[in-house]
Design a protein around this ligand. Structure first.
Ligand code: ITT
Length: 182
């Protein structure tokens, strides 16, 4: 039997979908998935990148969609890799980031969730402060093995409750609040 979905998440990253699906399920929103590599414009603004990705996703799927754009901003590197987080992960990766850092290890993860349908284009953002660990800890995807959220001693990769406090959770909570009352 075909399942019916309220809306679709469009991304090239299945790990992101798994987390977004779980979080939205907890708000009783059923989420489908279109696995696409969306075009990303070059910009210093995550929000501009996200809005463009959402328009592109809606154009491709012709259904209400959400997309997410994330960035890891490291204080001592003036916010690098920020909007270039995806490229930096694919090139120098976690090892490369660790090699760049000395004593100041403050950082933040930012998530922008953008929604697009025939009439509406909107974004919801959230940030989570934290630090970059001294070495990779735990097995998971992306920057999870090096990001330690504020008030925790564990990296995202070592935690079992990441989805209850992450940058993604915070942005999706704002989105759900709007979506369920629109
Ligand atoms: P899209 O197709 O959805 O754009 P992406 O993996 O390129 O997928 P982003 O540009 O939003 O996603 O993410 C920037 C980078 O940050 C990318 O390398 C992700 O793997 C990483 N990232 C995002 N959220 C993360 C999280 O919760 N934990 C670890 N790494 C994360």
């Amino acid at each position: 039997m075909q399942q019916s979905f309220d809306l679709f998440f469009v991304s090239s990253n299945s790990y992101k979908y798994q987390e977004v699906k779980k979080i939205l399920n907890s708000f009783e929103i059923k989420l489908g998935f279109f696995k696409f590599d969306l075009e990303e414009i070059q910009s210093n603004s995550l929000k501009d990148i996200a809005l463009k990705k959402a328009k592109d996703a809606f154009f491709k799927c012709k259904k209400p969609v959400i997309i997410e754009d994330d960035g890891l901003f490291i204080n001592s590197l003036d916010g690098f890799p920020g909007p270039y987080s995806s490229y930096v992960f694919k090139t120098i990766g976690n090892k490369g980031i660790l090699n760049l850092l000395k004593s100041n290890r403050q950082a933040k993860f930012v998530s922008i969730i953008s929604y697009c349908d025939k009439k509406i284009l909107l974004s919801f953002d959230a940030k989570l402060d934290g630090t970059i660990s001294n070495s990779q800890k735990g097995k998971s995807w992306g920057y999870d093995p090096i990001f330690v959220p504020k008030n925790s001693r564990k990296t995202f990769a070592e935690m079992d409750n990441k989805n209850e406090l992450s940058h993604r959770y915070k942005a999706l909570k704002k989105f759900s609040n709007w979506y369920l009352h629109k």
